[in-house]
Design a protein around this ligand. Structure first.
Ligand code: SAM
Length: 212
């Protein structure tokens, strides 16, 4: 994978990705997901927390029909701008929706692939400025780092097609040992698809499927 950066714009493969100071800038976690996921043309895909839209656009470039969402209005505006900038390169559709996690979906929408790079840093009241900043919202995973991850794992099955796969990024900086407790309450099995070490942190991409 090829990323060339400048301050407000970079190229990822053939895509041109614009950035915005209020929106999460793609980092190691983003690129690990991009290198791990397996996407085939025509698959229905949902990406939560799309940020600048790079994962959603890459999947549409590969031919997936994508719904993506974010709770940050600046991210929605930026993802739309990036969609327009790259539309001529995409073989799949992209539908960009504003809102909290799965609330943007209709109850009967099912997906072959669902992806979430969640806010995963463990934080407390001293670390954040009262969750008012969009950067906090992109990174703040609550006191064990798994607040959004837990909500994702508990609800993702409802929107997964019978043979669908759900990906989620998990960091060693969150209380990873609590993950089994979260899985014990749902009907999903998981496999670690990739694991990388970045200085003092390990990042894992988990792939979840329904138990048969
Ligand atoms: C770590 S960033 C990932 C951004 C992008 N997908 C990437 O990989 O570069 C997490 C994203 O989740 C979004 N987010 C946080 N809470 C959310 C929520 N409750 N519902 C939807 N999106 C949320 C943030 O605004 C942010 O864009």
């Amino acid at each position: 994978m090829n990323k060339k950066s400048s301050t407000l714009q970079f190229h990822f493969n053939k895509l041109t990705i614009n950035l915005h100071p209020e929106v999460y800038e793609p980092a190691e976690d983003t690129f690990q997901i991009l290198e791990t996921i397996k996407i085939s043309p025509k698959k229905k895909l949902f990406e939560l927390g799309t940020g600048c839209g790079i994962i959603a656009l890459h999947c549409a470039y590969l031919g997936a029909n994508v719904v993506c969402s974010d709770i940050n209005p600046y991210a929605i505006e930026l993802a739309r701008k990036n969609f327009i900038a790259n539309k001529h390169l995409l073989s799949g559709n992209v539908d960009i929706r504003y809102g909290d996690l799965f609330s943007v979906l209709h109850s009967k929408e099912l997906f072959d692939v669902i992806i979430f790079n969640p806010p995963y840093l463990p934080t407390n009241n001293y670390d954040t400025v009262g969750k008012t900043g969009w950067f906090d919202i992109a990174t703040d995973g609550g006191h064990i780092g798994l607040e959004l991850t837990k909500r994702y794992i508990e609800n993702v099955e409802k929107f997964l097609s019978p043979l669908g796969k759900a990906y989620v990024l998990i960091s060693s900086l969150s209380k990873k040992d609590k993950i089994n407790q979260i899985f014990s309450k749902c009907n999903l099995k998981y496999k670690i698809e990739s694991q990388r070490n970045y200085d003092d942190e390990y990042l894992y991409v988990y792939c979840l499927k329904r138990k048969v």
